[in-house]
Ligand binder design. Structure first.
Ligand code: GLN
Length: 486
């Protein structure tokens, strides 16, 4: 039998179902790995709770009432509120916060039988591209601990890459599932905006936020995504009222005749040669599998950066107004009146990047600037979405890099927040359009760091994306590589 921590979600589910191993044994094996908190990936671990959940899974397996993913462990990004574990969103302002309920996504994965290994680190309120904005310290990349794991779901990606968990939840507002998946050599998918409920996901930019799975293969992502999605209209009015899908059942199609759009704007000057080489090789493989490459254009790609960094902070400045020391988490000790309590709490509780975004957001929404920035950004956002629709007239999926480079060194962009923003160029367009996107490991670049291929499809075609990734993974073994010593 393969070592438990090397097993995929699919293998673990099968091994548990056939009672070759118990959920308690699986949980114990993973808890042994998360002890000592390698890579600073976890923010909360509670072995008693994990083992109690595993025992309940074993009871359901014995009673014949097992769920689809019964007993399989998962780690949750710390922006999902959880009853059993603390929730901080990587922020000091929420230190010590316990939610009275579970996020819908967590609840659905629990209902499928999954066992929670705890909460994983992330950029504060999911704002970042390197996981260096966490109030609880940076996460290191398991492929090279002098480098960042990507962000904001950096803890999720590092945990899966280092075999601390077979899967993790992530959230993606502008790339936070795809980019860390790419940087850590794992597979991740951000579904169509609204596929998964945002209820209980601490809001960053509500018109963009979306949950998704991060695991080692497309096959595993399909299993997890099937369990996570579904309409939740009473609690998230933007969740889509579409039937749930069994994405795993749709992984059989050949790639013969598939039209893959190659946007020329994704292959310009800014793309590092090592990333380009790995992406080109992946496209060749897909061609050999029967796909046809079609040159397309997404002319407003560059504008996605200013547009996103206006809209996301605008929404954040509103969403984060609830953190004022009254209801949740941290409250300043010395204050004179209510306003001084708000001010001190927020000054002490928020990190630099979060403050920067609240200020930017308040600015672009303020009287006299609203039309020039926010309204203008909304108009261009619509044009970006229209560009994709035009492109999908010529192709079935779009492919390109996830990020312009491989994971950079920790501290590299410490004095230059704009450098992190610019590195989001290839993930922001699909986010602004609300389209599904995924990252698939396709090899290695400089310093033997993983490179991810981004695949984007039209709305609600996650099954197609997952199938392309799965067919590629049947023909290659990049997703099976693991960091040295793990
Ligand atoms: N890097 C982007 C940001 O900092 C995206 C983050 C995300 O998707 N949560 O906003």
């Amino acid at each position: 039998m393969t070592t438990l921590h090397d097993m995929s979600v699919a293998e673990l589910a099968q091994t548990l179902k056939t009672k070759q191993v118990s959920a308690v044994e699986v949980a114990t094996a993973f808890l042994a790995r998360t002890g000592g908190n390698p890579h600073n990936a976890f923010l909360d671990i509670d072995s008693e709770i994990t083992l109690a959940q595993a025992q309940a899974s074993d009871a359901r397996i014995a009673a014949g009432t097992a769920g689809a993913l019964e007993g399989v462990p998962i780690a949750h990004k710390d922006v999902f509120v959880t009853r059993d574990f603390a929730t901080t969103a990587g922020s000091k302002i929420l230190s010590g916060y316990r939610s009275p309920f579970d996020a819908t996504v967590v609840q659905k994965l629990n209902a499928a039988g999954m066992v929670s290994l705890g909460k994983v680190n992330c950029d504060e309120f999911a704002m970042g591209s390197a996981n260096e904005n966490s109030a609880y310290g940076a996460v290191t990349n398991p492929w090279d601990t002098s480098r960042i794991p990507g962000g904001s779901s950096g803890g999720s990606a590092a945990a899966v890459a280092a075999r601390l968990a077979p899967a993790a939840t992530g959230t993606d507002t502008g790339g936070s599932i795809r980019q860390p998946a790419s940087f850590c050599g794992i597979t991740g998918i951000k579904p169509t905006y609204g596929r998964a409920s945002r209820y209980g996901m601490i809001a960053y930019a509500s018109s963009l936020d979306q949950a998704g799975p991060m695991a080692r293969s497309a096959e595993d992502c399909a299993l997890l995504l099937s369990a996570m999605c579904g309409a939740d209209l009473d609690r998230d009015s933007t969740s889509l009222d579409v039937p749930t899908e069994n994405f795993s059942a749709k992984l059989g199609d050949s790639l013969q005749g598939l039209r893959i759009g190659i946007p020329k704007e994704f292959f310009g000057d800014g793309l590092a040669t090592d990333v380009r080489t790995a992406i080109d090789a992946a496209l060749k493989t897909l061609e050999a599998q029967g796909a046809k490459l079609v040159p397309i254009t997404l002319p407003r790609t560059e504008l996605a950066i200013p547009v996103y960094y206006i809209i996301a902070p605008a929404e954040a400045s509103s969403n984060l107004s609830r953190f004022d020391g009254v209801k949740f988490g941290h409250r300043a000790k010395d204050y004179t009146d209510l306003v001084s309590m708000y001010k001190k709490t927020r000054a002490e509780g928020f990190g630099e990047e979060v403050k920067r975004r609240i200020m930017t957001g308040a600015y672009v929404l303020s009287h006299g600037y609203y039309d020039a920035y926010y309204l203008q950004a909304q108009k261009i956002r619509r044009m970006i979405a229209d560009d994709f629709q035009r492109a999908f007239g010529e192709c079935d999926v779009i492919a390109g890099p996830v990020a312009p480079t491989v994971a950079w060194k920790l501290g590299n962009n410490a004095s230059d927040p704009l450098a992190d923003y610019l590195a989001d160029i290839f993930t922001l367009p699909a986010s602004l359009a609300g389209l599904p996107g995924m990252s698939v490991p396709v090899g290695f670049g400089e310093g033997h760091m993983p490179v991810g291929l981004q695949l984007i499809s039209n709305y609600l075609q996650e099954a197609r994306l997952l199938n392309v990734a799965h067919q590629y993974q049947l023909a290659t073994d990049h997703h099976l590589q693991k960091p040295e010593g793990i």
